[in-house]
Design a protein around this ligand. Structure first.
Ligand SMILES: *Cc1c(COP(=O)(O)O)cnc(C)c1O
Length: 246
């Protein structure tokens, strides 16, 4: 079951709110999308829920951070801006051992190149604003649950809070889905081409793109993903601002 929200961030916060309890504890990857972090450290803290950030590369080491009041483990792979790949199956295995639900922000893959539910993740969240809508003309979010019980948890929060998406946005989301396979294959091709070009530039220290063979996350990406979207990052050497602008 999937719930729809008026933005990606609303789908993120709906998912977090569906699982937390006063006095609870949420583990979030340190590489998560910044507004997700602001919500966790802001509103959740105000409600008496502790947000703890873990190293995105933690893998099965997450087990040591799980406590009896842990309500949810939040992942995002690759991470926003820093693009670390997470060992999703290892984190899921540790979470399942302790009965802690897991959720992932799956925006980067478009839900097309990565299928978290098949790896045991409980909820997969997407900013549909990005690759699903695909034409920069609507905002939309979705959260897909692995089973009925989890879906009802999400749906109940949506009903309580009045979270729903507009008909025009849903129409535009469905329109985008008709071409998502074609668009994402091109995003992958263009992204890798640009990333490879940048990697060879003297001004560039490092390109952050898991599909490049020398990226530290490449093996995990190859194991779990069937492709790459168009979003990547880069670290520049010490160059002056006018040169960056140029
Ligand atoms: C853009 C984005 C969001 C938020 O989506 P909006 O529709 O802009 O609210 C959440 N997570 C990730 C990873 C994003 O890139």
């Amino acid at each position: 079951g999937t719930v729809l929200a008026p933005s990606g961030l609303a789908a993120v916060t709906t998912t977090l709110m569906s699982f937390v309890e006063a006095g609870g504890h949420v583990l979030l990857t340190d590489s998560t999308y910044f507004p997700t972090r602001k919500f966790a450290s802001g509103l959740l803290a105000r409600l008496g829920i502790e947000a703890e950030y873990y190293d995105p590369l933690i893998g099965d080491g997450i087990e040591a951070l799980i406590s009896p009041n842990t309500n949810l483990i939040w992942m995002e792979s690759p991470g926003s801006l820093t693009f670390e790949m997470q060992d999703v199956p290892a984190i899921v295995a540790a979470a399942k051992k302790h009965g802690v639900p897991t959720a992932i922000d799956n925006t980067w893959s478009g839900g097309y190149f990565f299928k978290p539910l098949t790896l045991g993740v409980d909820v997969s969240v997407q900013a549909a604003t990005k690759y699903i809508v695909g034409h920069s003309d609507a905002m939309l979010g979705c959260a897909t649950a692995a089973n009925e019980e989890l879906y009802l948890a999400l749906k109940t929060f949506c009903v309580h809070q009045g979270i729903c998406a507009g008909t025009e946005e849903l129409f535009l989301g469905l329109r985008g889905m008709r071409t998502i396979s074609v668009r994402l294959e091109r995003h992958m091709k263009t992204g890798i081409e640009l990333a490879s070009w940048l990697a060879a530039r003297p001004e560039v220290d490092r390109v952050l793109h898991p599909a490049l063979p020398d990226d530290p996350g490449h093996e995990l990406w190859k194991r779990d993903f069937s492709g790459a979207s168009g979003l990547f990052g880069l670290i520049l050497k010490d160059v002056r601002k006018p040169a960056v602008d140029a």
